[in-house]
Design a protein around this ligand. Structure first.
Ligand code: PMP
Length: 406
């Protein structure tokens, strides 16, 4: 393989040649990925390859990451730094179980727990840490985890790490889940866990949380809901689909992430106090990692507090999504789902790549999503909408799609 990086004089380990072959295969299948060279961001625009494009691929659903006012008032607080208590430190320097904890994290967890009306909240370094840590900490070899087939990779990795047995039910097929629960009830597991996303990231569709609550009650299961894409968008105060459907108090563990609508980094879960205590004692991705910097937690507190009041933005965003779905479906596109994530399933990889290219020419940045992220022959474009888009943006996008398909 050619390339600038050489380890002259090193004996080449056998894996190097194997990797070169694997990469060549990916290239031949047009599945080779590189990190897109996105540049400057300004509001709803992103600069890619020197061109300013409308960003339809970010998870900043409320546009909060581009909120200059919030940012400026945060920066002003830092300048002031009347707190003088390390709350704006850029490092925590150790795990929360050593000296990495800062009172700003207590404030954040209290604010989250109070908003949800939950006994407690616990903050993690990322959604990935949360999902790869919670199930392995709680579920033992005497337990069974039932997981929606389309759950995010971080949940799948959590299943793999956990000592428990796991089975996957067909996506959003709760009859199938019910069958699995009936079978499991005869198998004498100590505890059954059900895990689902609320808003599925690739299809933009919604879990039937009310049905899941009924099932979890009947089978005394622990229900874990990942609101990574629901928090900030659904519910009166943006607490997620659980809030919108009035089932928040029925869910054992709700996971939310800060890296999307909440315009920061990290994740949280709300749960009963007993679970929190147990996780603090057993969850490896909490214990064995350096805590988030206090600065990040302070910013998360600012964004979480702000988003509670952003009902107008939520309504606008969901309105835009409904309009876009309507016009694309009318034009004959296959557009699943019913949220602010609007996928357009095009089938072949090449079609999705070409359509993304046509959109780029017209000033839109939307990335094609291909296998293995989605099933074979379901390559798609995925528009993740944001509340600072205008109806004019959406009309222009729909027009461009129609022209591209003609
Ligand atoms: N859960 C879901 C459903 C996600 O989509 C993601 C991120 N794409 C995560 C968890 C991981 O969250 P984070 O980016 O904070 O690691």
């Amino acid at each position: 393989m050619s390339g600038g990086f050489t380890n002259a004089g090193q004996v080449e380990p056998p894996i190097v040649a194997d990797i070169a072959v694997e990469l060549a295969k990916l290239k031949a299948k047009q599945r080779f990925r590189s990190i897109p060279a996105t540049g400057e961001r300004s509001g709803r625009f992103v600069t890619v390859g020197g061109r300013k494009l409308l960003n339809l691929s970010s998870n900043d659903y409320l546009g909060l990451g581009a909120d200059r006012e919030l940012f400026s008032s945060f920066i002003a607080q830092i300048r002031d730094d009347r707190f003088d208590d390390g709350r704006f430190a850029m490092t925590s320097s150790s795990s929360r179980l050593l000296t990495g904890h800062h009172p700003v994290c207590d404030q954040l967890e209290s604010a989250i727990a109070a908003a949800y009306g939950s006994e407690t909240a616990l903050v993690f370094n990322s959604g990935y840490h949360a999902n790869t840590g919670i199930l392995p900490a709680l579920a033992t070899r005497h337990d069974l985890i039932l997981s929606d087939r389309l759950n995010h990779a971080s949940i799948i990795d959590g299943l793999r790490i956990a000592d428990a047995d796991y089975r996957r039910f067909r996506h959003a097929d709760y009859d199938h889940l019910e069958e699995q629960l009936e079978t499991a009830a005869r198998e004498c597991y100590r505890q059954i866990f059900i895990v689902t996303e609320s808003v599925f990231s690739m299809d933009g569709d919604l879990a039937d949380l009310r049905r899941l609550v009924k099932l979890k009650r009947r089978f005394k299961a622990v229900l874990i809901v990942d609101e990574a894409h629901g928090a900030g968008v659904f519910g009166e105060r943006g607490l997620g689909l659980c809030e919108a459907l009035g089932v928040t108090n029925e869910i054992d563990i709700i996971v939310g992430t800060f890296g999307k609508s909440l315009a920061s980094a990290g994740a949280y879960a709300v749960m009963r106090g007993l679970f929190r205590e147990y996780l603090v004692n057993t969850m490896r991705t909490l214990i064995f990692t350096t805590a988030l910097p206090p600065m990040t937690l302070a910013w998360s507190l600012a964004t979480f507090t702000k988003q509670l009041t952003m009902q107008r933005e939520r309504d606008h965003l969901l309105g835009l999504a409904a309009t876009l779905r309507g016009s694309l479906r009318e034009a004959g596109f296959d557009v699943p789902g019913e949220s602010h994530i609007v996928p357009v399933v095009l089938g072949e990889d090449r079609t999705a790549v070409e359509m993304a290219g046509a959109l780029r020419e017209a000033g839109f940045h939307a990335l094609p999503v291909r296998p293995p992220t989605v099933p074979e022959n379901s390559s798609r474009l995925r528009f993740s909408l944001r509340a600072d888009l205008t109806s004019g943006d959406i009309a222009a996008l729909a027009e461009t799609m129609k022209r591209g398909a003609a």
